[in-house]
Design a protein around this ligand. Structure first.
Ligand code: CA
Length: 237
């Protein structure tokens, strides 16, 4: 494994010593600095000492639930934007949806492949190294994989071929292209991509995704379903 482009300071919140050491070893071998927090109290203390570049967060901790820590991080201005990847054995859909809607950048379920976890860490760090775009509101062109989008003229293309999109489809796809490789729940897509809320709209997301996949041709496979959770845009499916 190559060393990371930008070494980061990472807090690993994990009470299982073997798991913590495995994460520490792999992250350090990439050149990252790792601080271990075996309890929620340790995590709070470490983050109070200095805001890390990223937090890996287990959910079941001896002195609390990781989801509460996540909410606290998001509520505090200094850690509101700190990337947090939940790493948990609790892989049921409601837990994953809850973690994403509490502000987790990503969720990795145990047991995981080390290579996969390190890729997710690299993606989260890269994403936070560049300031977030307001998707369709941004004037600068958006690009990811085979997709190109010009928010000012509302033109889109897939693998060089122009694609005709409705306003809603454009806004939805632009949000994915501005936030690639990240899982979003239907609710997040309604609220953040389309600026509207409601259970009925959440169900229409599925229909919009189906239409987008059809219109995008082969590139439509890049819009991946995360079963029971939502959707993610990937480079190669
Ligand atoms: Ca645990």
């Amino acid at each position: 494994m190559e060393r990371a482009e930008n070494p980061a300071t990472i807090v690993v919140v994990e009470d299982e010593a073997d798991m913590a050491r495995l994460l520490q070893f792999n992250l350090q071998s990439l050149g990252h600095r790792v601080h271990l927090a075996p309890t929620a109290a340790d995590a709070v203390r470490l983050v109070a000492d200095g805001v890390p570049d990223l937090v890996l967060l287990d959910l079941r901790l001896p002195d609390g639930f990781g989801m509460d820590l996540l909410r606290d991080f998001r509520a505090a201005p200094r850690t509101a934007a700190t990337p947090v990847i939940v790493v948990s054995a609790l892989g049921d859909e409601p837990t994953v949806v809850q973690a994403l809607e509490c502000g987790a950048d990503d969720v990795v379920i145990k047991p995981f492949r080390t290579r996969e976890l390190l890729a997710r860490v690299a993606t989260a760090l890269r994403r936070h190294a560049t300031p977030p775009e307001a998707a369709a509101g941004a004037a600068t062109p958006l690009a990811f994989g085979p997709l190109r989008m010009a928010p000012d003229t509302r033109e889109a293309s897939a693998a060089g071929a122009p694609v005709e999109l409705t306003r809603t489809e454009f806004d939805l796809l632009a949000f994915f292209v501005a936030n690639p490789e990240r899982v979003f729940t239907r609710r997040q897509l309604c609220e953040q991509a389309l600026g509207s809320a409601g259970a009925i709209l959440e169900r229409t997301i599925d229909a919009h995704i189906r239409t987008l996949r059809r219109k995008l041709g082969p590139a439509g496979h890049c819009l991946v379903t995360v079963w029971g959770v939502g959707y993610r845009l990937v480079d190669s499916p």
